[in-house]
Design a protein around this ligand. Structure first.
Ligand code: LLP
Length: 414
């Protein structure tokens, strides 16, 4: 707080709204750095650890540049993400390529860049990587993404390590995949990988998953398939509600390290949300109020096209007033301007009365916020701003209306 004004580092949200307009995403550089350093510190006692920030959580070039300059590696899932990390000068030897459907073109681009390894998600994909590497005359380094059939006890849309999910190769089939991979001419087996889901609070599923990987590690060792890397994916949860109590990075690390000491090989982490989630905010303006069906609606200028998480997952984001007030307490359903009933930012939010034109701050919007935004209802994507101390810098310009249809063509009647 600066006086009655909510602030991010030493800049008030009011001044950000005035300078950059609303809606706009803002990130704290200090928080981004601290989250990374906390991870590093937590895993300090296991020096064979590489943190590969999961680019999908927030792929803004300035954010990537901050992590790159701190020595982070990257977990990528597309050619677009590959080009982004190249742009900030990432070290190829700290890059892992995940995702269920890498195209030939993506495999070629990643091989040319010389990434650390591919996380392979199916037998078909393994064969595709072997074929493409052969054509290029190189050997691809791979790890098999194992589906350990673990329930991470999180939202079903972000649970990925269950038997019923499309991700990875079932743990019981993975042994066969390794045997096949080890016989391929253009494949070098280097790792084992699992990612069980996202926004996980319970550390037990991480342990259970890693223990399954550990067993597989020993089985492979017996077959003389030597694993150099164990990649445990991302997924550590963050605090959205005041009552949330996610495990600390230290607690997470100590449980993982205990098992890794037995395996004693390189560890790769792919955190996304836990590095960027709490460092980001979405600033929005109250446009209108109305009461209908006993609901008190506060209509703001940010919608589900700007922040999809509440609509898609029923996700909770805390909302605050940007300036403190002592007005009467009201309960609002905060909704956006999109023509969808599901365009809700938050239900039943208790705030001191909000007047039209006032700014609100949506918290914990740094992960899967801007990256999941769309142009639905032909709304331009909103700007992104990085705050450091008293300085605020535009790191993504507001999209222009003309950019919305610059790739479209009006067919003329002939
Ligand atoms: N590694 C892999 C292979 C992943 O699929 C993901 C996230 C991560 C790492 C990073 O996970 P994190 O540390 O951020 O939990 N849009 C959803 C989250 C989708 C997560 C997708 N995969 C949301 O807004 O909650």
């Amino acid at each position: 707080m600066i006086g009655d004004n909510l602030s991010i580092e030493n800049v008030t949200f009011e001044s950000l709204a005035n300078e950059f307009g609303t809606p706009c995403y803002v990130y704290s550089k200090e928080m981004l750095i601290n989250e990374f350093l906390e991870y590093e510190k937590a895993f300090e006692s296991y020096p064979k650890t590489t943190i590969c920030y999961s680019v999908k959580a927030n792929s803004n070039l300035s954010v990537l540049n901050i992590f790159n300059s701190l020595g982070s590696g990257f977990d990528i899932v597309s050619e677009g993400e590959l080009e982004r990390i190249k742009k900030v000068g990432a070290d190829p030897k700290k890059v892992v390529f995940s995702g269920v459907a890498k195209s030939d073109n993506e495999i070629i681009k990643a091989l040319e860049f010389g990434i650390l390894f591919f996380n392979v998600e199916s037998f078909d994909e393994l064969r595709a990587i072997d074929r493409v590497s052969g054509q290029l005359g190189v050997r691809a380094r791979i790890s098999i993404r194992v589906n350990p059939d673990i329930d991470p006890k999180t939202h079903p849309y972000i649970s990925t390590g269950l038997k019923t999910s499309k991700f990875g190769i079932a743990i019981e089939d993975s042994f066969e995949a390794y045997v096949e991979a080890s016989r391929m001419k253009n494949i070098e087996v280097v790792g084992i990988d699992a990612h069980i889901g996202s926004q996980i609070f319970d550390l037990k599923p991480f342990e259970d998953s890693l223990e399954r990987l550990e067993n597989l590690f020993y089985q492979l060792k017996d077959l003389k398939i030597n694993i150099e890397f164990v990649d445990i994916g991302g997924g550590l949860g963050i605090k959205y509600k005041d009552s949330d109590t996610p495990p600390t990075k230290q607690e997470f690390a100590s449980r993982i390290i205990k098992i890794m000491r037995k395996i004693d090989c390189n560890l790769v982490l792919e955190p996304g949300r836990s590095l960027v989630g709490n460092a980001g905010f979405l600033v929005t303006k109250a446009l209108y109020k109305k009461t209908s069906n006993e609901k008190n609606f506060l209509i703001v200028d940010a919608g589900m096209n700007d922040l999809l998480r509440p609509s898609l997952y029923g996700a909770f984001h805390k909302v605050s007033r940007s300036v403190k007030s002592s007005g009467s307490m009201e309960s609002y359903d905060i909704v956006g301007p999109i023509c969808e009933t599901g365009d809700v930012i938050a239900h039943d939010v208790n705030l001191n009365e909000v007047n039209l034109g006032e700014n609100l701050v949506i918290h914990s919007a740094g992960a899967y916020g801007s990256v999941m935004s769309s142009n639905y209802n032909s709304r331009p994507r909103v700007p992104e701003v990085l705050v450091s101390g008293t300085k605020s810098s535009l790191i993504r310009k507001k999209e222009l209306i003309v950019q919305l249809f610059q790739n479209e063509v009006i067919l003329q009647d002939e």
